[in-house]
Design a protein around this ligand. Structure first.
Ligand code: ZN
Length: 450
C-alpha cells in the first residue's frame, strides 16, 4: 500500500433520485481498481502548485482511518475542497489552505445508520414546523457523529425537500434518506395501491413489516407482501423488510426483499439464510439496540451516567423514562423479557452471519421513544463487538458497508470525491470500540457541525 490512497471521483449523489431510479443489486463492497503508479506523484505536484481557493481546508497530523478497508495511516493529511475530499494521505497541503492541526487525533468517516427514524420528536422543545423539527433530529444524529441516516418509515412530508437540500457543502446536520409510510395491507390490490401512493413521495425505499409482535397481532398476509415487493420493483424502488422470524427472512429473500432491516430473533440462523443473503447481495441490519430499548428502562440504565449521553439527552424523555410506574411496568412485562432473550439470539446470529461473509450494515432503529438518536449508534457498535465482530469490522459496517448497502456512492469512506463527512476522535477506535465516544468534532460536507 502506497502512502496515498485514491479512488476515482464518484458519480453524483443519488439522493435526488425518486421513482424510476433503477433497482441496482446492493451487494457487498468491492474494492475499486488501483491507480497507476504515476498518479500519486502527479497529484502531489498538482496539490503543491495549484491555488487552494477559498474553500480548501487541510486537516493535518491525525491518524486517518478512511473506511476503505486500508489500515490506518499516521500523520496523514485530509484535504477538503467544496465539501468533498480532494486528497487524503501523506499529501502536501495546497498553498492558501485553511489548516486544522490534529496531532494525536483520529479521523474516521461519519457513521451511516442503515436503519434509523426521523420524525421531529427529538428537536428541542419549542421548535415549530415539521421541517424544522425534522432538522432537529438530524442535527442530534450529526452531533453524535452519525452523518447519514436511512430513516425506515414514518417521516413527515418535509423529508423530501430536506433530502433535496443536502447535496452541498456543509448542510450542518446528518444527510437523510427515507422510506415514507410503512406499508401494511391485507389484500394484494390494496398493497399495490399503497406502494404507488408511497412512491409518489419519492422515497429511497419501500418499507414493509412482516411481524406478529410475539404472536399478539396478525402478520401482513403473504399475497399482499408479495404484491408490495413486485409493485415496488416495477416502480424501480427497493424494499426494506422488518421481520423477526427465520422462516420469514428466507421467504422474503426469495421473494426479492432488498434489505433485511432487523435481526432474525426467533431461532439460530443457518447456512441456508447466509447463502440467500450472500447470493442475492442483500445486507443484514442487526438493530440490537432496538431490543435493548424494550427492557433497559426497567432499571436506571448505566448509560444515564455517561457524560457523552447526558450532554445531549432530551430532558423531557429522561423524565418520562424515569417514571417509577413505567419502570415497574417494564420490569413485569412479558414482552420485555421475550425481547431480552431475543437480543441474545440476535447477537449469536450476528456472529454466525458475519463469519459467513454476509455484509452487515450498522443500524439501530433509533428515533422512536426511548431510542436516543446518535447515542444509541455508539452502544450498537459496542454490542456488535460483544457479539464477536472485530472493532474494524464493526467500524466498516457503520461506514463503507452501510453506504454500499444503501447504494450511496458519496458517503461512507473518505476516498477522493466523496463528501467530507467525518469525526475527529481523541483515541483509537480500532483498539477499543468505545473510543468512538471520545468525539471531539464532527464535520458534514467539510463544515463542522455545532
Ligand atoms: Zn424501524
Amino acid at each position: 500500500m502506497g502512502p496515498l490512497r485514491m479512488s476515482r471521483a464518484e458519480a453524483p449523489d443519488a439522493s435526488g433520485a425518486g421513482p424510476g431510479w433503477r433497482v441496482a443489486p446492493v451487494g457487498p463492497y468491492r474494492p475499486r481498481m488501483k491507480r497507476s503508479s504515476l498518479f500519486v506523484p502527479i497529484l502531489s505536484i498538482l496539490l503543491s502548485v495549484l491555488p487552494a481557493g477559498a474553500q480548501t481546508k487541510a486537516f493535518r497530523g491525525a491518524t486517518l482511518w478512511d473506511g476503505s478497508g486500508s489500515p490506518p495511516l499516521r500523520d496523514a493529511t485530509l484535504v477538503v475542497r467544496d465539501g468533498r475530499v480532494l486528497a487524503a494521505g501523506r499529501v502536501p497541503t495546497p498553498p492558501g489552505s485553511e489548516i486544522v492541526e490534529l496531532t494525536g487525533r483520529w479521523i474516521v468517516p461519519g457513521f451511516v445508520n442503515a436503519h434509523g427514524h426521523v420524525t421531529g420528536a427529538w428537536a428541542e422543545d419549542g421548535v415549530e414546523g415539521d421541517g424544522r423539527r425534522l432538522l432537529g433530529d438530524l442535527l442530534l444524529y450529526a452531533r453524535y457523529g452519525v452523518t447519514t441516516v436511512n430513516s425506515l418509515g414514518g417521516e413527515p412530508a418535509a423529508a423530501l425537500p430536506i433530502r433535496r437540500d443536502q447535496n452541498r457543502p456543509g448542510p450542518g446536520r446528518a444527510r437523510l434518506h427515507f422510506a415514507g409510510p410503512v406499508i401494511f395491507e391485507t389484500s394484494p390490490d390494496a398493497a399495490r395501491a399503497a406502494v404507488r401512493a408511497g412512491a409518489a413521495l419519492e422515497p429511497d425505499w419501500i418499507k414493509i413489516r412482516v411481524d406478529d409482535n410475539l404472536g399478539t397481532t396478525e402478520k401482513m398476509p403473504w399475497p399482499a407482501t408479495m404484491a408490495v415487493i413486485e409493485e415496488a420493483h416495477a416502480l424501480g424502488l427497493r424494499v426494506a423488510t422488518h421481520l423477526f422470524y427465520l422462516d420469514d427472512a428466507k421467504r422474503l429473500l426469495r421473494a426479492g426483499s432488498d434489505l433485511v432491516a432487523h435481526s432474525v430473533r426467533d431461532a439460530p440462523v443457518d447456512q441456508e439464510l447466509a447463502g440467500l443473503l450472500r447470493e442475492r447481495g442483500v445486507c443484514y441490519v442487526p438493530t440490537l439496540m432496538r431490543e435493548v430499548s424494550t427492557f433497559v428502562y426497567g432499571e436506571r440504565p448505566a448509560f444515564f451516567d455517561d457524560g457523552f449521553f447526558t450532554r445531549l439527552a432530551k430532558t423531557s424523555e429522561l423524565r418520562r423514562l424515569g417514571d417509577p410506574g413505567l419502570m415497574n411496568e417494564t420490569r413485569s412485562s412479558a414482552a420485555a423479557a421475550a425481547y431480552r432473550r431475543a437480543l441474545d439470539q440476535a447477537q449469536e446470529n450476528l456472529a454466525v452471519l458475519s463469519r459467513s461473509g454476509v455484509t452487515i450494515a450498522m443500524g439501530t432503529d433509533s428515533g422512536p421513544a426511548g431510542r436516543f438518536p446518535g447515542y444509541f449508534e455508539h452502544l450498537e457498535l459496542e454490542l456488535m463487538v460483544k457479539a464477536g465482530m472485530s472493532p474494524e469490522a464493526v467500524l466498516l459496517s457503520a461506514t463503507r458497508d452501510a453506504a454500499a448497502c444503501l447504494s450511496l456512492p458519496d458517503v461512507g469512506t473518505l476516498e477522493i470525491g466523496r463528501w467530507a463527512d467525518f469525526m475527529i476522535l481523541t483515541a483509537d477506535p480500532l483498539t477499543d470500540i468505545s473510543h468512538t465516544r471520545r468525539l471531539e468534532a464532527v464535520y458534514v460536507g467539510g463544515a463542522e457541525v455545532r
